[in-house]
Design a protein around this ligand. Structure first.
Ligand code: HEM
Length: 457
């Protein structure tokens, strides 16, 4: 039986390393200890895995040999009734309830909306002025998720929720500010100016708005609506019980949080890579030029090079570095290693995506690797896998491709910084440091073979 190795460095040092510099920390550990090693994290020691064989074993035995406990950090942010905080039967039930609006075929309904929101938001940028790509994509994805979750429901309260949510997320957006979530001793409410006090008060204000929205919608329930909030208000369990306001509030927070920052960050990276490499820009523009006017969003979604660019974006710097935790229910043998009952395990998405044996020259952005070969769900896993695989995967894939295609077809932009943009922890995500500075130049250069751009779809 092999022994799982790990650094002898003090616990606090290991915790700080993974908080402040996750990429270099993971790489140096993998170099020293290989495919499987122990890391001291904020929730205690965790076994990190990155080989497809071990990931397959975990994902296919979720809920059987491995429990999937709720995530403590996210529970702090999203509440104890959030799908990410639940485990076992309650988790399965909650997923079943939330899944329908996020099924692939439902995405068709959002296609036109996503393209229109993108054009409308990007049109507000001034030609000749610099802007931060991540701010642009955050505004787009925020509007998309608000529509998906609340439905086509425009009200002053929704606008308030939007701005309040953005302010609240900003409070944990840098590595330093994110430490609030990771160090319990920093979570002390010392008044409205203390970091935790500020965080709590923002959260209370946001809650007030969400609860008012829930109460209003409950009193005017329209069973013909298909938005997530309506579905939650209508849902009943076997005993005929509906969801409480608190349960609904926690799920609203979860979807708004998970559905906004993640896709916005991935899109900011995509904008960066396309403009960083002229040959990638040329190829993607040539492909977009083959589209007829008023192309159906599903046709855009299926464009091979556009798809490969988005896949490579999520490979090279996956916005979620890790899967959620799994925990062994009983002693387990995993690829020759012995794990005690109760061992915490996480898949390291970043390290799997950086494996030379799967992705030669892993540091290079090469969309072609996704055209040349098909990867298994254990080799390429930006959305995790098994029983906790991302609920919003279909929406995120659809949104990324449509937003990128619409931006490139309708706006000419260039990078406003020459230095390579480095990845940096942003809350629990891996985002581009500085958010990617861009310059808006106006309409796109006519690279097209047909004289049009993707306008209304
Ligand atoms: C590029 C965008 C996104 C990425 C990279 C991403 C990635 C992930 C990952 C890695 C997980 C954990 C999976 C695991 O532990 O095996 C996850 C879970 C989850 N994601 Fe996403 N996600 C994205 C977008 C979204 C969107 C748009 C939504 C919702 C509208 C969403 C909702 C969720 C939820 C609710 C979970 C928890 C599922 C559960 O606990 O069962 N995500 N996501």
């Amino acid at each position: 039986m092999k022994l799982i190795k790990g650094s002898k460095a003090p616990r606090l040092l290991q915790r700080l390393q993974i908080l402040l510099d996750p990429v270099n920390t993971l790489e140096s550990y993998a170099k020293k200890y290989g495919d499987i090693f122990i890391l001291q994290t904020f929730t205690g020691p965790v076994v990190l895995l990155n080989s497809p064989q071990t990931l397959q074993e975990i994902f296919t035995k979720d809920n059987n040999q491995y429990e999937i406990p709720g995530d403590q950090i996210l529970q702090l942010m999203l509440g104890k009734y959030s799908v990410v905080s639940l485990s076992g039967d309650r988790h399965r039930r909650e997923r079943k309830l939330l899944m329908p609006p996020f099924h692939g075929h439902r995405m068709r309904n959002y296609g036109e909306l996503i393209c229109n929101i993108t054009k409308q938001v990007a049109s507000n940028l001034t030609v000749g002025k610099k802007f931060i790509a991540r701010k642009l994509t955050q505004e787009i994805t925020m509007q998309v998720i608000l529509q998906a979750v609340f439905g086509l429901y425009d009200s002053p309260r929704l606008l308030q929720i939007k701005s309040m949510l953005a302010d609240w997320l900003e409070l944990t957006a840098s590595p330093l500010r994110a430490s609030l979530l990771f160090f319990p001793w920093l979570r002390k409410d010392l008044g409205p100016w203390s970091p935790w006090g500020k965080y709590q008060r923002q959260q209370e204000k946001l809650d007030e708005l969400l609860y008012t929205e829930i109460t209003t919608r409950r009193s005017q329930l329209d069973p013909n609506r298909t938005d997530v909030l309506t579905l939650m208000l209508l849902a009943r369990d076997e005993e005929g019980q509906g969801m409480t306001d608190q349960e609904i509030r926690d799920e609203l927070m979860t979807l708004l949080f998970a559905g906004h920052e993640t896709t916005a960050t991935a899109l900011a990276w995509a904008v960066y890579w396309v403009h960083k490499q002229p040959e990638v820009y040329q190829k993607i523009m040539q492909e977009l030029a083959t589209l007829e006017p008023n192309t159906d969003p599903m046709t855009i979604f299926r464009l091979p090079y556009l798809t490969a660019v988005c896949q490579e974006t999520l490979r090279i710097y996956p916005v979620a570095i890790f899967t959620f935790f799994r925990q062994t229910k009983k002693p387990v043998e995993l690829q020759g290693y012995h794990l005690e009952a109760g061992t915490m395990i996480q898949g390291s998405i970043y390290l799997t995506h950086q494996r030379e044996d799967l992705y030669p020259e892993p540091k290079r952005f090469k969309p072609e690797r996704f055209l040349d070969r098909k990867f298994s769900p254990y080799e390429y896993l930006p959305y995790g896998g098994g029983s906790r695989r991302c609920l919003g995967m279909a929406l995120a894939d659809f949104e990324m491709r449509l937003v990128l295609a619409t931006l490139l077809s309708n706006f000419d932009m260039e990078l406003a910084e020459n230095k390579p943009v480095k990845p940096q922890r942003q809350g629990i995500l891996l985002g581009p440091k500085g958010g990617v500075k861009m310059l808006m130049k106006g309409k796109p250069i006519q690279l097209q073979t047909k004289p049009h751009s993707v306008t209304t779809v």
